[in-house]
Design a protein around this ligand. Structure first.
Ligand code: PEP
Ligand code: MG
Length: 580
């Protein structure tokens, strides 16, 4: 038996898991590749044809949408794309590849796209080149359709799997259903990227920063992942497996005892009430976690509802989903964030422009203010579901007062038209904004007068303050939530909000560290909202700390001029908590 090997990386999400590895992406943007047995070739070709049909329907839907929202002229491009898909020549080429090379449909489509792109690079002149790009685009749609409908795991294998990839992306984390996901490991990835947020939200261990890992893996080989320490054990021997299981039992026992206490109120040792809420993506979170131990949902990321589907969810579909979550949470509040797409959160059926710098691009409320029907439909569904429930609305990526006023106007229009149509709606649904674009910091005194609450999205705020893309592994070292500039910005937000009497929370992932959560309470934040996995630990830390201690922690951390200094202060609190 080959010797076990230990690989050290960077912790993204804690927890211990062991299982067979399944490589889902050997290179960034690569399609999964497997070989197809001779007897399965016909079925694979059938799968391809079905995907072409699905893609063509998606294009037709998009054509209608653009015609309605924009103009018939803008929508024509989708008609052209559908004609391209109807061309038998290209389909034959892909089918020949499947037959000749005995590879899956994704690989064959990928080869066609690569050939079209090579042709494109060889062409002269912009217009010819963009025409050539149009030839490849519809096939990307087919690839997407294949990826959406394809179970990537071999049928029949019952084990949970450890997914491995070159780069940590949301597609990788969601490549298998949650129930079959043991852990995720990737050669590169950002600790606060959207994919990392997802791994923590799912409560699965995740490690990145493992250069060359994929060359050392074989499909199906056993690996043990220690997410908290950022360690991956390749081919552990029986003794190591036994030790790993023992550690996991100890961890589970500890979490069970913390969870028993987690029903108690979130308050400091001296009885000051604070809020510990949860960030969730869907109603499934209620099945996996004890979400009701929280003070409410501080962030429902609704974009995942859109990302999971092959087309825009209808108003009624959204209404039913929001209603279910509100009812499961009642009488505690639910903070519904309006759709925050853009960047790496893309919808396969909604063509957004290819942006050179998506983090600074068309995201969140910027998309909704341009495609206002997207927002209107969502607000209608939310307001209908919110009747008789504790609904709050939260707007992502707001950068200016004008944007807030524009959304308020749309919101009032939606409410009036619902009332006209005979729907019952609340008259005072609170509307808050995410503080995640730095311009808001400098205009906060004015902005707090227009909103009912603030929720700081540190995942984005940190990237924008430090000019370090949260999804770019090459600047992951520069992305430092405990940077003195970030800590001072956070303290300022709490100060301005407290002075105005506006409730303020932090819902970015830095708050899922108990010591950092205490620091935020000490700065003056009323609540934190974290992935459910972290809730018991944070409540326990809060209940063992006085408000005066938390304030002293904030003063000490804010006095530091370096990240190292702030981290030292936080580790002393961690030691105190662990020793207590
Ligand atoms: C954030 O930016 O901190 C946040 C909570 O939102 P998201 O991670 O979805 O961008
Ligand atoms: Mg954000």
């Amino acid at each position: 038996m080959a010797r076990a090997r230990t690989v050290h990386g960077v912790s993204v999400s804690p927890g211990l898991a062991i299982g067979p590895v399944h490589v889902v992406q050997a290179a960034p943007d690569a399609a999964p590749t497997w070989s197809v047995a001779e007897g399965d070739v016909a079925a694979e070709i059938e799968r391809l044809r079905h995907a072409v049909e699905v893609a063509s329907e998606q294009l037709a839907r998009r054509q209608q949408l653009v015609a309605r929202e924009s103009s018939e002229r803008d929508a024509q491009i989708f008609a052209v794309h559908r004609m391209i898909l109807a061309d038998a020549g290209a389909t034959r080429e892909v089918e020949d590849t499947i037959r000749g090379e005995r590879v899956n449909a994704e690989t064959a489509v990928h080869q066609l796209i690569a050939r079209l792109e090579r042709t494109l690079r060889g062409l002269e002149g912009n217009s010819v080149r963009s025409y050539s790009a149009d030839l490849a685009d519809p096939w990307r749609e087919v690839l997407q359709a294949l990826l959406n409908v394809t179970p990537i795991l071999p049928q029949g294998s019952a084990d949970k799997v450890v997914l491995a990839a070159a780069v940590l992306t949301p597609q990788v984390v969601t490549a298998v259903e949650r129930g079959r996901l043991a852990a995720v490991v990737a050669e590169v990835g950002g600790r606060f990227s959207h994919a990392a947020v997802l791994a923590r939200a799912f409560g699965v261990p995740c490690v990145v920063g493992l250069p060359g890992l994929l060359t050392r893996l074989e499909q199906g080989m056993t690996v043990a992942v220690d997410g908290g320490r950022g360690v991956v054990e390749l081919r552990p021997d029986p003794q190591q497996v036994a030790e790993f299981h023992q550690r996991r039992s100890r961890l589970e026992a500890r979490r069970a005892s913390l969870s028993e206490q987690a029903d108690l109120p979130a308050q400091t040792a001296d009885g000051v009430r604070k809020g510990v809420l949860v960030n969730i993506e869907s109603v499934h979170d209620f099945e996996i976690f004890d979400v009701r131990q929280s003070d409410g949902v501080g962030l429902l990321r609704t974009e995942f509802l859109y990302m999971e589907r092959p087309q825009f969810p209808s108003e009624d579909e959204q209404f039913r989903m929001y209603r279910r979550v509100l009812e499961r949470m009642a009488p505690k509040p639910l903070t519904l964030r309006t759709i925050d797409i853009g960047g790496d959160k893309r919808l396969s059926y909604f063509q957004t422009p290819h942006e050179v710098n998506p983090a600074l691009g068309w995201r969140g409320i910027r998309v909704c203010l341009e495609w206002q029907d997207l927002l209107r439909v969502q607000l209608r569904a939310a307001l209908r579901a919110g009747f008789g429930n504790e609904l709050r609305l939260l707007l992502p990526m707001v950068g200016s007062l004008e944007e807030i006023l524009a959304v308020r106007k749309i919101f009032d229009g939606v409410r009036d038209s619902l009332v006209e149509q005979g729907f019952e709606v609340e008259s005072d649904t609170p509307v808050g904004v995410m503080v995640e674009v730095p311009s808001v910091l400098f205009t906060l005194e004015r902005i707090v007068r227009e909103v009912d609450f603030l929720s700081v999205g540190t995942n984005d705020l940190v990237q924008y303050i430090l000019a370090a893309d949260r999804d770019n592994p090459w600047v992951a070292k520069l992305y430092e939530p405990h940077h003195p500039a970030v800590l001072r910005a956070l303290a300022d937000i709490a100060r301005v909000a407290n002075a105005a009497g506006t409730p303020c929370a932090v819902c970015g992932d830095m708050a899922d560290d108990p010591a950092t959560a205490l620091l935020l309470f000490g700065m003056g934040f009323d609540s934190v909202s974290v992935a459910p996995y972290f809730l018991p630990e944070i409540k326990s830390a809060l209940r063992r700390t006085t408000l005066a201690d938390a304030r002293r922690l904030a003063v000490d951390a804010l006095a530091q001029d370096t990240v190292e200094g702030a981290k030292r202060v936080l580790s002393s609190i961690r030691d105190a908590l662990n020793g207590a």
